[in-house]
Design a protein around this ligand. Structure first.
Ligand code: UDX
Ligand code: ADP
Length: 476
């Protein structure tokens, strides 16, 4: 089976970067990314790409118009391609059975129905979006129930492991590529065809093949394990704050054990992003449906700990500010769910803002990349606040110094590198006193801030200024 044309359905955070890298590395393959949204496709075809991702622009520019195309001509692109990648969104359901936990597969289903409707030749269909275990089977059922004479489909699972902010290097140098498929001669042939695409730049030993369900479950399991590590270190951070231990030291100590490893042990105000919460909830729902309540409860606790961490940090802000933030200006540094992305899905920053706004604080938000319209849209979500309250309490600035001017406190919600480079003396001079910094990402030099006169609070470490202004952990 020879692959000359790939169609990717869904031009989002997953489809866009992953297909740009495929096109970049496979000049002998034409890759067309299609989407229902004309606006999104226009952005992909412009100088202003719809997502901010370091290195993405260079990759897109190197092959756009040559073997990489962005289009709304969905039918034509499907008809011409031998291989179709589905990378539409799979948000958590907001209605009906499994509401708040199960993945909503309506976009996947409609993509599958579209493929079945228009295809006139056999296709390999690749499920790249994160989906519950056995989703490929549903896609297969839809395709085979609607197939035309002589048209056959092989459905593969090829989950994406890229993290936002490092998507391009994750795609160029992945730890592994996972391909799950039917263990039949036709299935093997389809797996080999997709594997051939990746072999353009990824060594054979990093391309792992397995059955479809193992592949689907591995994606959920990987995200659940990563989220669990963060919840575990965040649980430790609460113990550190109560005892005088320092969570960075604990992370270092346990991370040097090669069995544990050093990554994903950074305590924080909680994890955000479009994947972790969604996938863990998905796993909880799956376990419940499989009548495995103990397994469901185990993974649910990862979410509970994350909620607790966000709530605990927000509470610390209020209590440090003499138990009231009403009418107090509070600068929020960072709205994205992590650095180097403009994505705000499930961002812990939103939770902190919501909580402070419920206490009538005047929040002044600065983020280097997130669009102001996006911040307003997130804050005016019915689950967060209403337009009147946002108009009254929120300002969004393009200048961090302006955000902090006249404020009682700065709250670091995202670990943007530029936050480490600011002139904190100048900021201190412009703030009301006592001036507080709540470092929810543990990125600032707390020693220097204390010396400047700030009251500093951070995650997993209690700080006091002693007589010679040396930073020390507070004894119990
Ligand atoms: C994640 C997975 O890493 C990726 O493999 C998968 O394909 C999609 O989900 P992403 O959500 O983009 O990627 O970012 P990630 O770097 O995993 O961070 C997720 C959240 O966890 C962020 O809010 C981040 O700030 C937080 N985090 C991460 C911590 O709080 N501590 C850490 O040690 C690491
Ligand atoms: P992800 O982070 O999973 O990539 P995004 O929301 O960023 O999710 O992107 C998903 C994209 O898929 C959106 O641009 C959406 O318009 C597109 N999409 C959803 N359903 C379909 C469909 N049936 N056909 C084409 N595009 C679709």
């Amino acid at each position: 089976m020879k692959i000359t044309k790939i169609c990717c359905i869904g031009a989002g955070y997953v489809g866009g970067p992953s297909c740009a890298v495929i096109a970049h590395k496979c000049p002998d393959v034409t890759v067309t990314v299609v989407d229902l949204s004309q606006e999104r496709i226009d952005q992909w075809n412009s100088d202003n790409l719809p997502i901010f991702e370091p290195g993405l622009e260079e990759v897109v520019k190197s092959c756009r118009g040559k073997n990489l195309f962005f289009s709304t001509e969905i039918d034509k692109t499907i008809i011409e391609a031998e291989l179709i990648i589905i990378s539409v969104n799979t948000p958590t359901k907001t209605y009906g059975l499994g509401k708040g936990r199960a993945a909503d597969l309506k976009y996947i289903e409609s993509a599958a129905r579209k493929i079945a409707e228009v295809s006139t030749s056999s296709k390999v269909v690749v499920e790249k979006s994160t989906v519950p275990v056995k989703a490929a089977e549903s896609v297969n059922n839809i395709l085979s129930a609607n197939h035309k004479h002589g048209v056959r489909y092989q459905v593969l699972s090829n989950p994406e492991f890229l993290a936002e902010g490092t998507a391009i290097s994750d795609l160029l140098f992945p730890d592994r590529v996972l391909i799950g498929g039917p263990q039949t001669p036709e299935g093997r042939e389809a797996i080999d065809a997709l594997s051939w695409v990746y072999q353009h730049w990824i060594p054979m030993e990093k391309i792992i093949t397995m059955n479809t369900w193992s592949s689907e479950l591995s994606k959920l399991a990987a995200n659940a394990f990563l989220a669990q590590r963060i919840s575990s270190i965040n649980a430790m951070s609460a113990i550190c704050e109560a005892t005088g231990a320092d969570v960075s030291e604990v992370s270092h100590a346990i991370g040097t054990d090669t069995r544990i490893g050093a990554r994903f042990l950074q305590a924080s105000i909680g994890f955000g992003g479009s994947c972790f919460q969604k996938d863990v909830l998905n796993l909880v729902y799956l376990s419940e449906c499989l009548n495995l309540p103990e397994v469901a409860a185990y993974w649910q606790q990862v979410i509970e700990m994350n909620e607790y961490q966000k709530r605990r940090f927000a509470n610390r802000i209020i209590s440090a500010l003499f138990n009231t933030v009403a009418n107090k200006k509070i600068a929020i540094f960072g709205f994205a769910f992590k650095k180097d992305t403009a994505d705000t899905r499930e961002t812990p920053s939103l939770y902190i803002c919501k909580y402070l706004m419920e206490e009538a604080a005047l929040v002044s938000i600065y983020d280097p990349k997130v669009d102001h319209k996006q911040i307003v849209s997130d804050l005016t979500d019915p689950a967060v606040s209403d337009k009147e309250t946002v108009d009254k309490l929120v300002t969004i600035t393009t200048d961090p110094y302006e955000a902090a001017k006249g404020a009682h406190a700065i709250v670091i919600c995202t670990e943007w590198d530029e936050f480490k480079t600011y002139n904190y003396q100048r900021i201190y001079d412009s703030m009301l006193k006592p001036a507080f910094i709540f470092d929810g990402r543990m990125i600032l030099d707390h020693q220097s801030l204390l010396e400047l006169g700030y009251h500093v609070e951070t995650v997993g470490r209690r700080l006091v200024r002693n007589s010679v202004n040396r930073l020390q952990a507070m004894p119990k």
